[in-house]
Unconditional design. Sequence first.
Length: 227
Amino acid sequence: MHRICLVEDEQSLRDMISLNLELEGYTVESYADGAVANQLFSGPIHFDLVVLDVMLPHVSGFDLCKEIRKHSSVPVLFLSAKGTTADRVAGLKLGANDYLVKPFDLEELLLKVQILINGSVQNEQSTAQQIGAHQVNFTTFEVRNPQGNLIHTFTKREVQLLELFIEKEGKVVSRNEILDRLWGSDQIPTSRTIDNYILAFRKLFEPDPKNPQHFYSIRGVGYKFVK
């Protein structure tokens, strides 16, 4: 079931939108205050769509969109009484996917929601990789089990390492190549740091971490990944 975050301070409108989205089969979390939503968007975002009013208490929808785009490519739909071309262009430049002017037609809103979510799902499928029984989404950094439940969210460096292994699948990747790709001129970690990443991958993806089928250690050289 797709999850939608709605941030709208007008209660009657918020209730009406939430009810109709739920009738369409979506799960909706709604918020009236921009500051509360801003805390929600300060880390990984686990929604399929975010619907934002522009004029909100404390933190505007435009500022919320900026915060969202620091962490996520989740589709964003603006709802606003500010309907000039300049307003719409400003919202789209911030990274929003669409902009709907109030008062709006309910059917148009539902259609835009459907289009944005369907596009997002297709995007996710194209950036997803199956490793063992789990699926990794390289856009959201999420790992989901066969039932579709979220079981882990990667850090950026974990995703970079996993992307390197997938790129070099079946080949031995040396420690030096990993260090060069992931850390470059940054402070070089200890070799134990890389080992810890591999151990974490094994715990997550291997049926038996002590007898790996995907992440192999090649003694004195580095590692090999087999999907």
